[in-house]
Design a protein around this ligand. Structure first.
Ligand code: ADP
Ligand code: MG
Length: 626
């Protein structure tokens, strides 16, 4: 079959990305080399591992390395590795398409972002990998042979729409990517990627830590020399590693294009020795909340890469943490099954989690702006931990930013809330709902406001879930202002309230019957000061917001009846009582009851069951009044 050249089309998303590369929206083109070296390094990691696992595999792993070959005359640069290589099918699916989920969505956003800075920012989150070649090359040729296979594959493209692919009989194990460099870059004397000095400079700047040798032929020919120091960053003393080095390493492991927000180092000595170098990205990846997203920690054993995406090392809610953990005392043969059962791994994971959480905590204390960035990017994911990781719940709560009535601009933690609690306040009050403004205007808050009690305003859908699962914090109950009875009254107030109860009893009883379809009880309220009425849930009822969420997810939820509370000092309510006592016309009173109930629902931002009827009643009343 050798020699038959096929022309294939790039998948449409791939085509769009290539267009971006050709019209290079990056300011720094040097990074193409980092991407190619990074791929070569991954390929070498893989072949070593595969050869170790499969002794039958016909591969040569004696001298695994990367070489950079410069052809000055033809202005070509080749990045060659003798790693795992690709089969023909691999080339078509890995190079011809972009399999990342959410790519189409990402590209749509990119198109919408008008300015160049915005576009750069976005694409930084995506990582374009191999396609970065087209920033500097007008044609790219790739020759590859998958380890263990006999024939190879030759791929070539100018980046515009199509590529050619053919089988070749002879090809060395691994992959060689040859860039036919754009002429204009050299002419402008901006970039000369066919110069040895430039290539070596880029390798040292971006890829020095790559553990495989990167070799370049000396000027004037001769034995190729290794130009990178090959030192694993996590094994070097912290004081010796510069911030730039960490950044470049981060880009290599994370496939991110922007610098990390935070770098975390950790080492354990003794019976189970390991080093960890972890990073918190500056941006949430676009697939953070998608189903098939990956976790970001790689496992190494004694400097040897073992696996990507090691879920045993980082819990789901910290899936955005990237980096490397190098364990000295595991076998190179270690498998996922073993990891899942290993007690040492469990201990290591606990320690890593604690370290990440404490790092964020000190960020909140010392570098609030950084923390704000962190929280706005990853806060929703972190909150999942309040449900999943009960062992660390307090540590997670320490870094969980909540909004509250205390300060509209600044967030608070539960701990900070408690430190502001008033004398006599014995619960932590919160309210859940869809938006801050809806909550702020809700009648449920009135008496809390009048008392000067702070209320947490929780508007994230996940807040509904965790807040209900935490019975106590620092010895104090968490209580919804929209649920259960609230007891904010003093002793005198209580005596007065008992008298009122008697006075209102007939009205309440009658209303309970009238509105029996919608509410399970009607009672007097101590949470209202200016509104006539509000609806509240029982302590263990799910909230209307949660009910809505379940329905939206297609779950059946029984209709939950709530309690109507009346403000006995409100003129509407006192008038209603008087009218009822005088046995006024029954139909009129019934309409008033409906109206008051409807107003209470609207005031909390809820939906009326029968809005048309409500409007009709209201119009009738207005007509009479005008
Ligand atoms: P990423 O590295 O983020 O996966 P790339 O665009 O850089 O994205 O590469 C796409 C895929 O192509 C890689 O995941 C790998 O499977 C394959 N690939 C690229 N370069 C090589 C190489 N030198 N050797 C083997 N496979 C490679
Ligand atoms: Mg890559």
């Amino acid at each position: 079959m050798t020699g038959k050249v096929e022309t294939l089309e790039f998948q449409s998303e791939a085509r769009q990305l290539l267009q971006l590369m050709i019209h290079s929206i990056y300011s720094n083109k040097d990074t193409f080399l980092r991407e190619l070296v990074s791929n070569a390094s991954d390929a070498l990691d893989k072949v070593r591992l595969e050869a170790f696992r499969d002794k039958e595999l016909a591969v040569d792993t004696d001298d695994l390395h990367i070489s950079l070959e410069i052809d000055r005359e033809n202005r070509a640069l080749t990045v060659r590795d003798n790693g795992i290589g690709m089969s023909r099918d691999d080339v078509v699916s890995l190079i011809g398409t972009i399999a990342k989920s959410g790519t189409a969505e990402f590209l749509r956003k990119l198109k919408e972002s008008q300015d160049a800075a915005g576009a750069q920012d976005l694409i930084g989150q995506f990582g374009v990998g191999f396609y970065a070649s087209f920033m500097v090359a007008d044609k790219v040729t790739l020759v590859t042979r998958r380890a263990g296979e006999t024939g190879g594959t030759r791929w070539e493209s100018a980046g515009a729409g199509t590529y050619t692919i053919e089988d070749v009989a002879e090809a060395p194990q691994g992959t060689a990517v040859t860039l036919h460099l754009k002429a204009e870059d050299a002419e402008e004397h901006l970039y000369d990627y066919a110069s040895r000095a430039k290539v070596v400079e880029i390798v040292r700047r971006y890829s020095d830590f790559i553990t495989w040798p990167i070799r370049v032929e000396p000027e004037g020919g001769g034995e190729p020399e290794t130009v990178n120091s090959r030192k694993a960053l996590w094994a070097r003393p912290q004081s010796e590693v510069s911030e730039d080095e960490y950044t470049e390493f981060y880009k290599h492991v994370s496939h991110d294009w922007t610098a990390p927000l935070e770098t975390i180092r950790l080492a354990a000595e003794g019976t189970f020795e390991y080093q960890a170098l972890l990073f918190i990205p500056e941006r949430a990846p676009f697939d953070l909340y998608m189903r098939d997203r990956k976790r970001g920690v790689q496992l190494y054993v004694k400097r040897v890469f073992i696996m990507d995406d090691c879920e045993e090392l980082m819990p789901e809610y910290l899936r955005f943490v990237k980096g490397v953990v190098d364990a000295q005392d595991l076998s190179l043969n270690v498998s996922r099954e073993i990891l899942q059962r290993d007690r040492q791994i469990e201990l290591m994971r606990r320690r890593l989690v604690k370290k990440v959480l404490s790092t964020v905590k000190s960020m909140r204390a010392d570098r609030p702006e950084k923390y704000e960035t962190f929280w706005s990017e990853f806060g929703r994911a972190v909150k999942e931990g309040l449900l999943d990781d009960t062992d660390n719940r307090d540590a997670i709560l320490d870094i969980t930013a909540l909004s509250s009535t205390h300060d509209a601009e600044k967030s608070t933690t539960l701990g900070e809330y408690v430190s502001r609690m008033k004398d006599g306040q014995d619960a932590i009050y919160y309210m859940t709902g869809e938006t801050r403004s809806a909550l702020e205007n809700s009648p449920h808050l009135e008496a809390f406001r009048a008392k000067g009690y702070e209320v947490l305003l929780l508007t994230d859908p996940i807040d509904e879930m965790w807040v209900g699962s935490i019975p106590e914090f620092d010895g104090r109950k968490l209580q919804s202002v929209a649920k259960g009875q609230v007891d904010l009254d003093s002793e005198e107030d209580k005596a007065e309230a008992r008298l009122r109860e008697e006075e209102f009893a007939p009205l309440l009883g009658w209303l309970g019957e009238q509105l029996g379809e919608d509410v399970k009880e009607v009672r007097l309220s101590s949470r209202l000061t200016t509104s006539p009425a509000c609806v509240v849930g029982d302590t263990f009822d799910i909230t209307p917001n949660l009910e809505k969420m379940y329905r939206a997810m297609g779950q059946e939820v029984p209709k939950i009846k709530r309690v109507l509370e009346l403000n006995p000092t409100h003129p509407l309510v006192t008038a209603l009582r008087a009218a009822h006592a005088e046995q006024q016309e029954h139909a009129d009173l019934a309409d008033s009851a409906e109206l008051i109930y409807g107003m209470a629902i609207l005031a909390e931002g809820g939906d009326l069951t029968d809005p048309t009827k409500f409007v009709k009643l209201l119009a009738g009343r207005l007509e009479k009044a005008l």
